[in-house]
Design a protein around this ligand. Structure first.
Ligand SMILES: *Cc1c(COP(=O)(O)O)cnc(C)c1O
Length: 451
């Protein structure tokens, strides 16, 4: 009885959470404050599910900021579909080990159906395929390691420390993961679109040893800060001429590959060696769900396939199939692409197209409202679903105070960012639209709160 009641309680909570149209934007409390409210919860005898669940509902859940709130336009928000959230519950309930086909064939099959659609959006040639990861960071790391191992196939480079080129517009995870892979990184000093000729000039400026160590270029398909898509065609040309691995980080922007109105901006992505796309950003998946895609998945397998006597069984004839563990850094894994598969199967890919187009449209609408409002002005034209704008006369601390004020009221979360203006970094305000349920009125109210 207790089990059934608890299950129903959890279902009721989940249904309530995903069907509510208006909920508060929660805010963090200090750990000591939370402790004072809930007391000891992990004890020798346990406090009981009902009691713990009540603490969650009453207090702890409210110390989180729901990313899917229509007026949460900070960082890169998310907006998982109800179908995907429901199937996240099914994924958990099914206890599937998603590393090897032998154990997870049904789940991995579904993941691969979803992956085939994502790969088709990229236009990569036949044979290209990918795997779902915990996020863009893990996807970028998996790709960098694959590229480096491929480069080091040649004995000339066995003892060289690798070097990659990207721009300052690249996501922080590229720098962080280069560190993990012990690879040096050279940043082209532009937050605007990185072009083939920028890359050409940078390579020409390298000394002999640097050029020897250079093995990959990371372009961004939608910068996190401003939605800028690098010149993928021009960069692909140089990478081909120079025999360099071409990685495109489209963790945020990748969803826009589904949108006919902007697809042409990504031309050249079909020539990449590897691509990162985060379904948990603009493909309406719950956390966590990233993806790394390879033109030649065999190269990823060479880099990532794990060996161990306890793993030999998975290489047997009877277990043959796609083993996700072979293509990224993780062994044991949740079949985290399963919720996306169910949502795609439920709604069809046209709905995905429309929902991404709505995000793009909201950015354009916000741009117009900003132009019509005498208090604010655009820093640059909206790009993908990012809008950078300034409140005329505001200092950095005004943006910060305004952010906290709106957050405190539970009204909106819009955070400031910096934009490089000549040699200085200017603090400005930024919208990033993902949730198709955000309305024009939401945007208007946020702009008015700057008066
Ligand atoms: C968000 C983002 C990442 C990091 O992805 P996580 O899923 O947060 O690990 C990497 N690159 C870009 C361009 C991003 O926008």
């Amino acid at each position: 009885m207790e089990l059934i009641e608890m299950t129903l309680d959890v279902m009721k909570y989940a249904i309530g959470r995903i069907s509510a149209t208006e909920h508060q934007i929660g805010k963090p409390k200090k750990a000591e404050e939370l402790k004072a409210i809930v007391g000891e919860t992990v004890t020798a005898k346990g406090v009981g599910g009902e009691y713990a669940f009540n603490l969650w509902k009453e207090h702890l859940s409210k110390a989180n900021v729901p990313v899917d709130h229509p007026r949460n336009l900070a960082f890169v928000p998310a907006s998982p579909t109800r179908a995907a959230i429901m199937f996240d519950l099914v994924t958990s309930a099914s206890s599937i080990h998603g590393a090897y086909w032998m154990e997870g064939a049904g789940g991995i099959f579904c993941e691969n159906e979803a992956m085939s659609w994502i790969v088709s959006l990229t236009g990569l040639p036949a044979g290209a395929f990918g795997v779902f990861t915990s996020g863009g960071t893990a996807a970028n790391l998996s790709a960098i390691v694959t590229a480096r191992e491929f480069w080091r196939r040649d004995d000339t480079y066995k003892r060289e420390k690798g070097l990659i080129i990207t721009s300052i517009g690249a996501h922080s995870s590229i720098k962080a993961m280069a560190k993990v892979a012990d690879v040096d990184i050279l940043l082209v000093d532009t937050e605007e679109r990185l072009t083939g000729s920028d890359l050409r000039n940078t390579i020409e400026g390298l000394n002999f040893h640097q050029r020897k160590r250079l093995f990959a270029v990371v372009a961004t398909g939608g910068t996190t800060n401003a939605g800028i898509i690098d010149d993928l065609e021009g960069i692909a040309d140089i990478c081909e001429q120079e025999n360099l691995w071409f990685h495109v980080d489209a963790a945020y922007g990748g969803g826009a590959l589904a949108a006919d109105s902007v697809r042409h901006l990504f031309n050249g992505i079909e020539r990449a060696d590897s691509i990162t796309i985060d379904p948990h950003k603009w493909m309406f998946s719950p956390y966590d769900c990233g993806a790394v895609i390879y033109k030649e998945p065999e190269l990823a397998k060479e880099a990532h396939s794990q060996q161990g006597s306890y793993l030999d069984i998975f290489k047997d004839e009877g277990a043959h199939g796609f083993n996700p563990t072979d293509y990224q850094i993780q062994l044991t894994r949740r079949v985290r692409g399963l919720p996306l598969w169910f949502s795609l199967a439920t709604h069809g890919t046209d709905r995905y197209k429309q929902s991404v187009e709505r995000g793009l449209e909201l950015a354009q609408l916000a741009g117009k409202m900003i132009e019509e409002n005498p208090n604010v002005e655009l820093v640059r034209e909206p790009s993908l679903s990012c809008v950078l704008y300034r409140r005329i006369g505001w200092k950095p601390e005004d943006y910060t105070n305004w952010t906290y004020e709106n957050h405190k009221k539970g009204f909106a979360l819009v955070t400031p960012t910096k934009w490089k203006n000549g040699d200085t970094f200017e603090t400005v305000s930024r919208f990033c639209f993902i949730n198709p349920d955000t309305t024009e009125n939401d945007i208007q109210m946020i702009l008015e709160s700057m008066n």
